[in-house]
Design a protein around this ligand. Structure first.
Ligand SMILES: Nc1nc2c(ncn2[C@@H]2O[C@H](COP(=O)(O)OP(=O)(O)O)[C@@H](O)[C@H]2O)c(=O)[nH]1
Ligand SMILES: [Mg+2]
Length: 177
């Protein structure tokens, strides 16, 4: 009889243009489901289209287990989706865009919004767009998190780079053990 394989779920979150859709596309073994729609609120000034509902992809890992990848919607008016998307999730990948003047306040906002889920599971942070803006540095992120008594893995990543996303997910899975 075939061995039963597990299904896991990991949630990607972060502000608009932090790389959630790209990260899930980069790593997924199936064509991703992404519900993009022309933005109607203030995000239209940032990007022409944005994810209104969620992103979804699948990652098959060598053990035969399957990781389901969910990206949260960027816009605040879809915040009710958080509860649904995090239900039964293993952990949270929080992406922040270093090429944004709001990088730290975005970080704080998402940590607070997902506080209950983070307390129950675990968190890794990926800082994107460091090729476009080198400040804040990773050290400054660590100092910022330390002031909030938060100690979690944080990496410089490019959401278009498969290896970078693999490392983030591996660290998340290791911190669960
Ligand atoms: N230069 C650069 N572009 C990136 C990086 N990560 C993602 N992007 C690009 O940033 C844009 C926004 O990413 P997207 O996945 O749509 O963001 P989302 O709104 O969080 O889903 C896309 O054009 C990505 O290719 C990065 O580290 N550096
Ligand atoms: Mg998106």
């Amino acid at each position: 009889m075939a061995e039963a394989h597990e299904n896991y779920k990991i949630v990607f979150t972060g502000p608009v243009a932090s790389g959630k859709t790209t990260a899930i596309n980069t790593i997924s073994d199936i064509p991703t489901v992404s519900t993009e729609e022309t933005a109607t609120d203030q995000t239209q000034y940032v990007k022409e289209s944005t994810t209104v509902a969620m992103d979804y992809g699948i990652l098959n890992i060598p053990s035969g287990d399957v990781i389901h990848l969910y990206g949260t919607p960027g816009q605040e008016r879809f915040s009710y989706m958080r509860e649904i998307l995090t239900e039964g999730g293993l952990g949270l990948v929080l992406l922040v865009n270093n090429n944004s003047p709001k990088a730290f306040s975005d970080l704080d906002h998402y940590i607070e919004a997902f506080q209950d889920f983070i307390n129950k599971t675990c968190l890794v942070i990926g800082v994107t767009h460091m090729d476009m803006s080198t400040r804040p540095t990773l050290k400054e992120y660590h100092q910022h998190l330390a002031r909030k008594q938060l100690n979690c893995p944080i990496f410089e990543i490019d959401a278009r780079n498969k290896r970078d996303i693999q490392i983030l997910l591996q660290v998340l899975l290791y911190s669960l053990r």
